[in-house]
Write a protein that binds this ligand. Structure first.
Ligand code: MSP
Length: 518
C-alpha cells in the first residue's frame, strides 16, 4: 500500500483575475504534490474557487451580470493559469458545485443537532471586504483591524457557531502538536490571538442583505457566511456527508497551504468546526508570506497586481516557478521585481544550469562523438559523484520540512560544484594528451551524472526543464526517487548518443523559448 497524501490550496475568490500571489500558493502546492508523487505517495491535490459572498455579488453587479453567469465566466481564467503554470492538481472544486452545497447543508444540520449553533441578534460593526464582524473594542481608530478600511454599523438576527467553547481545547491542541501550524512565527501569532477571549462565529448573513450564498438549511431568511461555506470544501472534496459517493481523497488532509492573511480561519475556525463535527484535525497548516511591490501586498484592489501570464511569456514557466520558490523562505514576505526575476534567470538558470548542460554536451560531442564514454569503474571514489549520489537524502529531509528554497539551493550547490569541477579538471587540456584519455572519460562521466542527478530532483520544481534534460539523457525520471538505492547510482545509459538540443535558458535578448507554456 502506498501512503496517501492529501494536500490543498485555498479556494480563490473569483472576483478578479488571478495574480502572482495566487500563482505562488499554487506553485508551492504543486511542488509539494510532485515531490510526494515522485517519492511514491498516493497524492490527492485539491484546488478550486470560492464563489459566494458579497465580494463576488458586487463584482458581478459591476459587470451587470447574474452572479452565476459571472462566476462561470471567471473560473476558466483560473484553470487556464494553472495549466500554463504546470499545476498538476487532481481535483478542482467550486463552492457552487451541488455536491459541495450538500455537504455544507449536512454539516450545518449535524452541528445544530449537536447543539453547536444558536440564533441571536448581532449588533456591532461589519467590514464588507473582509466579510467580518468586529466589536467596538476591536476596531482600530474606527476602521477594520485587518484591512484598515471603513466599517458599517449593523444590527441583525443571525446564527452563531460556538467557537468560544473550544478555545481551551484548541490552545492545548496547538501546544501539543508543534507541526500543526507552521512556521513557528505563525504558530506563536495564533497562540497570541488565542490569549484573548474568542467570540462565537456568526455563520449566516440575512438574505435581505446578501442573496448570493448557500441556503441556510433551517431558515429561508439566511444564507451561509462565505468563510464557513468555503472551509468545508476540504471535506466536501472527500464526499463527506454524501452517502454512497466515493472520492479518492480521504480525510484528514496532510497539508493545507495558505497565505498568512487567512491563517486565522484555517488555524482557529476550521479546527474548531472539525472538532465540533467529530472529525480529525489536518496534520499541518502551512502559512506563507506575501509578495509585495514597493512595500505593499500585491493585490487587485491595490492596483499593483502582477500578471503571471505576461511573466511566463517573457521568461518561461520554469524560470517563473524557480524564482518564486527560490526567492523567499516560506513564511516570509518577498519583494517582487521583474529585474530580480531577470537576474535570477541569467545567473542561476542560464549561467549555472544552462551553461553546465551546454559545456558538458559540447565536450561530449567534441571528445566522444556525443556518447557517454564506456567506463569501467562507475562507482569510483569522487567527491562530486558522491555529492550527487547523496543529494536525494539531503533534499528529502528538507522537503519533509516543506522548505523548497533550501532544497533548490542544495540541488544548485551540485550544479555550481560541477561548473567548478570543469574549471579544475580542464578537459580541454586533458584532451590534448592521449595518455589522459581515461581521466577525460572519467571527468565527463562524473559531470554528466551530476547533471542527471540534479535533473531528476528538479522534476518537482521546474518540471519542463527537468523533462528536457532527462529526455535527452535517456533517463526515465519517474521511478528514481522512490528509494535512495534507486537514486544513488549511475543513471545515464552507457554509450547513449546525447543530443545537446537547444539552449535550456536562452539569453534574455534572444527570442522567447518556444515552449514557454503559452
Ligand atoms: N477565498 C479565500 C480563501 C478560502 S480558503 C477555504 C481567499 N481567497 S483569495 O483569493 O483572496 O486569496 C487566496 C490566497 O492567495 C490566500 O492564501 C492569499 O494569502 C494568497 N494571496 C493573495 N495575495 C497574495 C500576495 N500578494 N502574496 C502571496 N499570496 C497572496 O482568501
Amino acid at each position: 500500500m502506498t501512503d496517501p497524501f492529501y494536500l490543498t490550496t485555498p479556494l480563490y475568490y473569483v472576483n478578479a483575475r488571478p495574480h502572482i500571489g495566487h500563482a505562488y500558493t499554487n506553485i508551492l502546492c504543486d511542488t509539494f504534490a510532485r515531490w510526494k508523487r515522485l517519492r511514491g505517495a498516493d497524492v490527492f491535490f485539491l484546488t478550486g474557487t470560492d464563489e459566494h459572498g458579497t465580494k463576488i455579488e458586487k463584482a458581478a453587479k459591476a459587470e451587470a451580470k447574474d452572479p452565476r453567469a459571472y462566476v462561470d465566466a471567471m473560473v476558466p481564467q483560473f484553470k487556464e493559469l494553472w495549466t500554463i503554470l504546470g499545476i498538476d492538481y487532481d481535483y478542482f472544486i467550486r463552492t457552487t458545485d451541488e455536491s459541495h452545497k450538500k455537504t455544507v447543508a449536512f454539516i450545518l444540520r449535524d452541528l445544530e443537532v449537536r447543539g453547536e449553533i444558536y440564533k441571536a441578534t448581532y449588533a456591532g460593526w461589519y467590514c464588507t471586504p473582509c466579510e467580518s464582524f468586529w466589536t467596538e473594542l476591536q476596531l482600530k481608530g474606527d476602521r477594520c483591524p485587518d484591512c484598515q478600511r471603513e466599517v458599517q454599523q449593523l444590527s441583525e438576527d443571525n446564527y452563531f457557531f460556538k467557537l468560544s467553547k473550544y478555545q481551551e481545547w484548541l490552545i492545548q491542541y496547538i501546544e501539543a502538536h508543534p507541526d500543526f501550524i507552521r512556521p513557528e512565527i505563525r504558530r506563536n501569532e495564533i497562540l497570541g490571538f488565542l490569549r484573548e477571549p474568542l467570540e462565537d462565529l456568526c455563520i449566516t448573513r440575512p438574505r435581505a442583505r446578501l442573496s448570493w450564498g448557500i441556503d441556510y438549511p433551517n431558515s429561508k431568511d439566511h444564507v451561509v457566511y462565505v468563510w464557513f461555506d468555503a472551509l468545508i470544501n476540504y471535506v466536501s472534496a472527500t464526499g463527506y456527508g454524501r452517502e454512497g459517493e466515493k472520492s479518492k481523497a480521504a480525510w484528514p488532509a496532510d497539508l493545507h497551504v495558505v497565505g498568512k492573511d487567512i491563517l486565522r480561519q484555517h488555524a482557529v475556525y476550521w479546527p474548531i468546526m472539525l472538532k465540533a463535527c467529530g472529525l480529525e484535525m489536518p496534520r499541518t497548516v502551512l502559512a506563507h508570506g506575501w509578495w509585495t511591490m514597493s512595500g505593499t501586498k500585491v493585490s487587485k484592489s491595490r492596483g499593483n497586481a502582477v500578471d503571471p501570464i505576461e511573466l511566463v511569456k517573457k521568461y518561461g514557466v520554469d524560470a517563473f516557478r524557480y524564482f518564486l520558490l527560490h526567492e523567499v523562505t516560506i513564511g516570509n514576505d518577498g519583494a517582487f521585481s521583474e529585474d530580480l526575476l531577470g537576474e535570477r534567470y541569467t545567473t542561476d538558470l542560464a549561467n549555472d544550469l544552462g551553461n553546465l548542460w551546454f559545456r558538458i554536451m559540447t565536450m561530449l560531442q567534441k571528445y566522444f562523438d556525443g556518447k557517454i564514454p564506456a567506463f569501467e569503474n562507475r562507482y569510483l571514489e569522487n567527491e562530486l559523484l558522491k555529492k550527487s549520489f547523496d543529494l536525494l537524502a539531503r533534499v528529502s529531509v528538507t522537503m519533509e520540512g516543506y522548505d523548497p528554497r533550501t532544497a533548490l539551493s542544495q540541488i544548485f550547490e551540485v550544479i555550481t560544484r560541477a561548473n567548478q569541477y570543469v574549471e579544475e579538471k580542464k578537459p580541454w587540456v586533458l584532451a590534448k594528451d592521449p595518455v589522459q584519455k581515461g581521466v577525460l572519460a572519467e571527468t565527463l562521466f562524473v559531470l554528466t551524472e551530476a547533471m542527471a542527478h540534479a535533473a531528476v530532483l528538479l522534476q518537482a520544481f521546474i518540471p519542463g526543464t527537468s523533462a528536457k534534460v532527462l529526455d535527452r539523457l535517456g533517463i526515465q525520471g519517474a521511478g528514481l526517487l522512490g528509494s535512495s538505492a534507486g537514486f544513488a547510482k549511475p543513471l545515464v545509459p552507457e554509450g547513449r548518443v546525447i543530443e545537446r538540443g537547444e539552449a535550456l535558458f536562452p539569453r534574455l535578448d534572444e527570442p522567447a523559448p518556444k515552449d514557454a507554456g503559452v
